[in-house]
Design a protein around this ligand. Sequence first.
Ligand code: TXA
Ligand code: MG
Length: 363
Amino acid sequence: MTTEVIRVDPDSPDPAAIARAAECLRAGGLVAFPTETVYGLGAHALDRDAVRRLFEAKQRPPADPLIVHVASFEDLAPLVTAVPDSARALAGRFWPGPLTLVLSRSRDVPDEVTAGLSTVAVRVPSHAVARALIAAAGVPVAAPSANLFSRPSATQASHVLDDLGGRIDIVVDGGRTTIGVESTVLDLTQDPPVVLRPGAVTLEMLHEILPRVELVTSKGDRGPEAPTLAPRAMPSPGLLEKHYSPRAPLTLYLGRADTALPALVRDGLAALADGKSVGVVAANEDRVALAALPQMDRRVVLRTVGSRESAEAVAATLYAALRELDAAGVDVILARGFADERGLGLAVQDRLRRAAAGRIVRC
Ligand code: TXA
Ligand code: MG
């Protein structure tokens, strides 16, 4: 299969181009498209065969449920058994936008989409291309991030093609996504509601509407009263250890600058002495301390991802940086953590932890 690339203006996409991609979706095809968070790989959510093909294209385990994307709040009702007041209030404030709500699902939603769970995850994206495409398709669109399973999400069309070129029908190329990390996933079927994955709708923002929202604790430990997930389903991404990972093993250094950076440099020098090439992910402010690594050595690839002061800037570039280091063929990646876990900083740190898959050095 050849993957067709359709370039569009991210702010006002050509209706004819959108209509072509929408027709492909309606007919059961796989169409990648930009959202404000990351690129999604869309399939007609009520077409079981299309959804099965989507899982195959991504090499995603069938037990990992999908987010259903709809064009407006009104399109939520047919997918769920009831729309609670909390969902109405949150949607009023944050939709369209990077918030996914987990609600009790209706019979219309196929098991393939929800991995057999009694719940369904739904969001209304705000990106003009995503909105136009979903509206033109006229059907709910199941769309996981448009990457191979467990790889960093795609934040530009070239990332989608690197992972899925030849495996999907169309990529609608609307340039880089702005937020850069996936939506906040909030489970409203639990009491109190639980954030399963932090994102750009932050815990602080959610608390303004629902003061009792909690952050999921690690690895499924949600306390004795916690409802258990259906046996066929995997834990949600908030509970998955390895995810969003580059190919090279990534080690995350957490701690103050005067301890974490020397530890990172020490390990980098040791890896070089072992004959390995080393990729480094750090903030702009870390450059001075990292000069202790031999920058002239072509086996050292330093990628700064923005100022420590701006989680927004870091979120927007993090996945591209991880993919660039993979493309450079480095043997190991060393990353400095970001201390500030307020706001979007929580999501950044969460994705770095998951990319590290347990290789965390606290210093
Ligand atoms: O920003 C985003 O959310 C992007 C864009 C494309 O919208 N999508 C995305 O999808 O990140 P995905 O599939 O890569 O991550 C969604 C996660 C899944 O890993 C899944 O575990 C969780 O949301 N999820 C889906 N349905 C769920 C459910 N019923 N209960 C709990 N978690 C669910
Ligand atoms: Mg994903």
